[in-house]
Design a protein around this ligand. Structure first.
Ligand code: NDP
Ligand code: OXD
Length: 321
């Protein structure tokens, strides 16, 4: 019997999202079914049973009448949730050790960078200035992580191991050894008051859009050895009010920021974020999606699904993540 085809719709544009590379990987791991790189390949829409996607155009997936499962090739599904014609079939997101480990590296790197005053030390080096400042220990710093899901919980534990005091905030109640867990709107203020470095790993949903704004920054802790609090956002650009971030860095409400994500990507050449002295900027590569690992993850899920097993990491459309 002919197995349903897998349509590959990858519209990322960057090196990591090369559609050809994804196609080669899927042809290896799904060698018993047709893998169609779209648009371009000739095909009958009825033969598509599975779609593996990154940023498909709105309406593109609605063209497949026999679609059974959509696999988003990244962790965040906000782009898909915005498509009102998205077929009502299970949508699976990425949650794999490789991606989680990469995000934890990013979070640890940037927390340590601010904690160990790296921006100051690099400028001292450029100016040949031998002027060490007092360095406090990790245990003097509280890191608050917004989003205690797959990525946030792992980063929290790695930071805890380094000796930081770590707290986290989620929608539902959590219990994680060594981490102070807060949840829901009612506990947000207490969570913020305990945070010297705020790390955001939330998904972008209607509840979280622009949650990173002046009102929220003003509730962070100002009495740590670092002085003004630091923001690290690797969730989504839509989580942040960008004008507020710039104004808060300028007036001292925020001491510094590491930003991996932006409302409009790629960031425009004339964006003030590029040159702001208090911003450490990366081009949405906190955790790259690895085609080898993720194609195997999708192939395993299809195999299990066809054998009657349950899909993993299925998005709840009512929550939006
Ligand atoms: P998960 O779905 O596993 O975790 C999301 C967390 O956010 C959960 O703890 C959830 O709470 C919490 N949350 C969601 N909505 C709210 C809310 N309204 N109030 C409080 N907490 C909330 O996602 P991941 O950890 O896998 O990924 C998080 C995000 O990271 C992705 O959506 C994506 O946008 C971003 N990302 C960025 C990458 C990059 O390279 N920059 C790479 C990969 C992902 P609860 O546990 O109660 O459900
Ligand atoms: C993302 C990802 O969601 O790359 O940003 O997985």
């Amino acid at each position: 019997m002919n197995k349903g085809a897998l349509a590959l719709l990858v519209h990322g544009g960057t090196e990591n999202w090369s559609p050809e590379r994804w196609k080669r990987r899927f042809e290896e791991v799904c060698s018993d079914r047709r893998v169609l790189q779209l648009p371009g390949a000739p095909f009958d829409p009825a033969e598509i049973h599975y779609a593996a996607v990154w940023k498909p155009a709105a309406g593109e997936l609605a063209a497949f009448p026999n679609l059974r499962v959509i696999f988003n090739l990244g962790a965040g599904v906000d782009a898909l949730m915005a498509d009102s014609s998205l077929p009502k079939v299970p949508l699976v997101r990425v949650a794999v050790g490789d991606l989680t480990q990469r995000m934890t590296e990013y979070v640890v790197l940037h927390v340590l960078m601010h904690h160990r005053q790296e921006p100051y030390l690099r400028s001292s080096q450029r100016e040949k200035r031998w002027a060490p400042k007092f360095q406090w220990p990790a245990s003097a710093i509280s890191v608050g992580i917004m989003g205690l899901g797959t990525l946030g919980a792992n980063a929290a534990q790695a930071l805890r191991q380094l000796g930081f005091r770590v707290s986290g905030w989620s929608r539902s109640r959590k219990v994680i050894d060594g981490i102070d867990c807060f949840h829901g709107a009612a506990q947000l203020e207490a969570f913020l008051q305990a945070s010297d470095i705020l790390v955001c790993l939330l998904p972008l949903t209607r509840d979280t859009r622009h949650i990173l704004n002046r009102g929220l920054f003003a509730k962070l802790n100002y009495s740590s050895p670092m002085g003004a609090p630091v923001l690290i956002n690797a969730g989504r650009g839509g989580l942040q009010n960008e004008a507020d971030i710039l104004a808060c860095l300028d007036d001292g409400t925020l001491g510094a920021a590491s930003l991996d994500v932006f409302a409009n990507e790629p960031l425009a050449a004339n964006s003030p974020f590029w040159t702001h002295p208090k911003i450490v900027l990366t081009p949405h590569n906190a955790a790259d999606t690895d085609a080898d690992e993720i194609s195997k993850y999708v192939a395993r899920q299809i195999e299990r699904f066809e054998a009657g097993g349950a899909l993993e990491n299925v998005v709840d459309p009512t929550r939006g993540y």
